[in-house]
Design a protein around this ligand. Sequence first.
Ligand code: M6R
Length: 609
Amino acid sequence: MCGIIGYIGNRQATPILIGGLRKLEYRGYDSAGVSVWNETEGNSRVVRCRGKLAGLEEKLKAEPAVGTVGIGHTRWATHGRPSDQNSHPHKAGPISVIHNGIIENHLALRQELAGAGAKFSSETDTEIFAHLVEHALIAGAPDLTTAVRRSLQKVRGSFAFVVMSDKEPGTLVAAKNSSPLVIGLGDGENYVASDVTAILAETRKVIFIDEGEMVTVTRSGVAITDFEGNPKTREPKMITWSSVQAEKGGFKHYMLKEIHEQPRAVADTLVGRVDLENDDVSLDGLELDVANIKRIIFIACGTSYHASMVGEFLVEAMARIPVEVDLASEFRYRDPILGPGDLVVAVSQSGETLDTMEAIREAKKKGAKVLAISNVLESSIPRLADYAFYTHAGPEIGVASTKAFTTQLVAMALLAIHLGRRTGKLTKERARELLADLVALPSKMRDVVEGSAQIQAIARRYGAANGCLFLGRGAQYPIALEGALKLKEISYIHAEGYAAGEMKHGPIALIDEHLPVVVIAPRGPSYEKTISNLAEVRARQGKIIAIATRGDNDIGGHSDDVIIVPDTALELSPILTVLPLQLLSYYVADFKGTDIDQPRNLAKSVTVE
Ligand code: M6R
């Protein structure tokens, strides 16, 4: 989704802004722009372009933006179609503004401002903020910071703004409410960004801005206040992971690289958590009040929701605590019944998904404790929660989540074992077996991802299909949903995930000789039933791709293709069975030639409702 970068210093701003925006490309966008203050002209030049950054760079060659202060933005359209005119930055008089998020009361504000003489040149909600700041200055605000503060009193919604004024070119003013904002500190120069990756090539010393805070950034320093102007102090943090970790490393796409990184990501997520001596799991010292947890409610979106569904299966099986799973985007709209005995587990790779954040706020308001599971240190969701537990997948750049998902599944298993040991429902012996299987997972995962040639051949055969069905039972049902989501996201082929037992209640009508059906059928208690479903598909000439356990010599007789995964504990098998599905989607999309890392219309982190 939208990306923000700002620079103030003594170097040319444009290359720094473009470099930062390039690092944010993975978030998904449809247009880009910069505004750079030109000292000689005493004015800022805005250059904007619909489409990819390369288009903006071409435009900048023809009309260079020269100067040492500037702001840049990649836009993912919400209000107003993607166009040059609707791209950010937006200008009103001397004011340039970039914005992530949505101004909810933009229609009323637009009318009010138009009544006061404002002329609008775009369809966006963002332009309203530029006019508000200009009007605040005309109405007597003594400086840019005060004008922004007064304007913030008028807007409702989620936002991160960065504002620049031609009249006060030594200052950038930024504000945050529900959209991420980080300040990068340099020597005689400073940065503002929506994501630390945008500035990592320039500095590792950063300050994360909290909800309801604004910040005035000059070449020599930063001053943070709340929206009322009360000063706030914050120690800078050093970022330890390198920008190289977020590069392609010889793979054709980030997604393929990230699929191959999964054994390492899972191993890193296990480090320091598995206590083989005591057959237990440590959740980094978190002190959950397990004895008083009456119910667990997972809330999440998209792939994280599928991980949560596996979490339900694991926690109920191992800890015998009742579990519910809710879509974060639905949760707060049905006035959920919650109380102090509830532990809400909010799962979010990015830690920035707005729906999940709002669901957490609802849960906290109603007295529940919240545990966040996230992959991004210091992101908004873990900071909002009472407890945070991190996956260690490393930066995930491909929009389609892969290594973040498998590490979330590992986090679910760790949580379930931890709870199971404390509720007394998981025996020491079973915990020992599960932990041994967990530790053995990375090398088994390596076996699957390195055997991708077979999957590539299957993908070539089914690349022209118009649709695809994914079936699974128990903990494989969420994997069927995840397989279908992956295929849809990157290949644009319509796909459905179904609980295998539900097939005969509707989707069986879809089956004919043209429909590939992926059946996830590892050995386990529901194996026989799944094989019956497979036979039902076969009887209707559907094409079957089975995901089965090593040593299963029967399933080949019922399937067109069999992809084998190593054996492991039933509870952990989703971590292996999802791998062929990720690879299948990847290779189908690759044959189709779609934009795999930045699929159309999608964004990496969804920071609007
Ligand atoms: O960052 P989050 O885990 O909160 O993101 C949730 C979804 O937006 C995300 O999983 C989305 O479904 C991915 N594109 C899936 O590949």
